[in-house]
Design a protein around this ligand. Structure first.
Ligand code: B16
Ligand code: MG
Length: 214
């Protein structure tokens, strides 16, 4: 870990629990379409883009067939549900543990960035007063290929002017760990991804980052 200069954080499921809002919003849509969709199914959507998530949900019920235009319309519908949940967020939705750890890492001289597949990243960071905790933000609006493609993490490294070899990624998704591996960055498995074979390091508690990075 000694050579690491930059830490790239996934958003949903790492900095915040917006992953549950994703589930509730997809569930509303799936119910309307008559597709059975469980929290276990939702695990497959972690880190995956909005349109790819929709394809996974549609694959659960081959009887539901949508045209390309209908797919765009229902993905927009899901995003509207999701944004309604996001509007309820405030700075208190970020734990003290996360805020204190980020502040401490920054004080020690680490460069901090966000690397998220979400196109709602900036809205979420603003609502929760997290924007200023980071040196750069790379999100779903900056990329063509979503995780497991490494693009979003490579963008984040580029935005802060660091080589991939000195960056570590903190992720809660298998797709995100795969992306970190493909970017040749240190992959830190946290929360839902804790214990994953794709992780170079297992992170039990967010605050353990402070011990990992001296
Ligand atoms: P949006 P992350 C990802 O964010 C979520 O994990 C994933 O479930 C979601 O489909 C994706 O963002 C796109 O989100 O619909 O808001 O653009 O985990 O990469 O921070
Ligand atoms: Mg995530």
């Amino acid at each position: 870990m000694k050579n690491i200069k930059g830490l790239i954080f996934d958003l949903d499921g790492v900095l915040l629990s917006t992953d549950h809002f994703h589930y509730l919003a997809w569930k509303k849509l799936a119910d309307r379409l008559g597709i059975e969709f469980t929290e276990k199914d939702n695990e497959r959507l972690r880190g995956v883009s909005r349109m790819e998530s929709l394809e996974i949900i549609l694959s659960l019920d081959p009887l539901v067939k949508l045209s390309e235009d209908e797919k765009v319309a229902v993905a927009t519908e899901k995003n509207e549900h999701y944004r309604e949940y996001l509007k309820t967020m405030t700075p208190t939705d970020v734990s003290d543990e996360v805020r204190e750890t980020l502040a401490s890492l920054r004080k020690k001289g680490y460069t901090l960035a966000v690397g998220s597949s979400s196109k709602n990243t900036r809205f979420i960071l603003e609502r929760t007063a997290l924007t200023d905790c980071f040196d750069a933000i790379a999100d779903g609006n900056d990329i063509k290929n979503s995780k497991p493609d490494p693009e979003v993490f490579l963008k984040a490294a580029e935005f802060v002017g660091l080589d991939a070899s000195v960056c570590a990624v903190i992720e809660d998704a298998e797709a995100g760990l795969e992306a970190a591996n493909a970017a040749k960055m240190v992959a830190i498995a946290y929360a839902s991804a804790y214990g994953s074979k794709l992780g170079d390091v297992q992170l039990e508690k967010f605050s353990d980052l402070d011990r990992l990075f001296k």
